[in-house]
Design a binder for this molecule. Structure first.
Ligand code: BEZ
Length: 279
């Protein structure tokens, strides 16, 4: 499997991906932040949306895996830190965890959910939106066809996790969240520039196995295949996004923490033999 790190360039992001934070207002409304609340923003990017949490009077800590994006967020005055969502070290410090358009990039959703739940005070809210089942299906199909002709298995480069409602609901429950709402919905997304710019901004892991000199041809082929489907009469590209939007509350412990201790038959501290019950 190819696992290529996606890189983020704040200038490129501002030009070709500003819609990501612009479209985050509905998620902020769902969070309904209150002045003085401690909020952890997972995957703050350049901080454009985080700034609105700060503007609402919240005490915000923001993390992102990209040092360049964290620098851009800090330039807005945000307490932003470089961190990996799979490896969070916060302990019941936050009233809410917020995350917009990031969790589909996290290869280990269980590690992210475990860390987010640990970060929350009991009863704390998780409000998150990620790509959901079927997200950018047309784009993925075109990439698979074009890369397949070059002998590259697109699935092995796919960095995205787009869960169904049932799958994510089960994960939330297993990690000690009570789900208040969870919704999968299509969101046709008008792109501010050409599909090629979107591919170069968001789909780097698919292009990485292609020799650099051939990447423009790959992008052009993908673009040609998708033009009849994703480009409107006005010339604007509209990507076939699907969103999964979640509001949940931490129950304080993960389901596996609340399992009744098993009975031990040997002396304290002794490991159980296979099939043996331990207290
Ligand atoms: C997003 O940022 O929401 C996104 C990125 C890549 C593919 C689909 C969605």
């Amino acid at each position: 499997m190819h696992r290529v790190v996606q890189t983020w360039n704040p200038e490129r992001y501002a030009t070709h991906a500003r819609f990501v934070s612009d479209l985050g207002q509905a998620l902020l409304d769902l969070l309904a932040p209150r002045p003085g609340e401690r909020v952890l923003d997972i995957g703050c990017g350049d901080g454009a949306l985080t700034e609105r949490l700060v503007g609402a009077g919240c005490r915000v800590v923001a993390i992102d895996s990209s040092a360049a994006q964290v620098r851009a967020a800090r330039a807005r005055g945000i307490d932003a830190r470089v961190a990996d969502a799979r490896d969070l070290h916060f302990d019941r410090e936050f009233d809410a965890v917020f995350s917009n358009a990031v969790l589909h990039w996290v290869a280990d959703p269980d590690a992210a959910l475990a860390g987010m739940r640990r970060a929350l005070a009991p009863g704390g809210r998780l409000v998150a939106e990620l790509g959901g089942h079927g997200c950018v299906a047309a784009v993925r199909e075109a990439l698979a066809a074009v890369l397949g002709r070059r002998g590259i298995d697109a699935e092995s480069c796919n960095p995205w996790y787009f869960p169904t409602v049932a799958e994510y609901r089960a994960r939330l429950a297993a990690h000690g969240f009570a789900v208040d709402s969870i919704r999968l919905f299509p969101r046709a997304t008008r792109l501010p520039s050409d599909l090629t710019d979107w591919l170069q901004t968001f789909a780097q892991p698919f292009l990485a196995p292609v020799p650099e000199t051939e990447r423009p041809a790959v992008c052009e082929e993908v673009r040609r295949r998708l033009e009849p489907w994703l480009r409107g009469g006005d010339g604007v590209w509209v990507a076939d996004y699907v969103r999964l939007r979640v509001a949940a509350r931490s129950l304080g412990r993960a389901a596996r923490d609340t399992e009744a201790p098993r009975r031990r038959t040997g002396p304290p501290g002794r490991a159980a033999a296979p099939g043996e019950e331990v207290q």
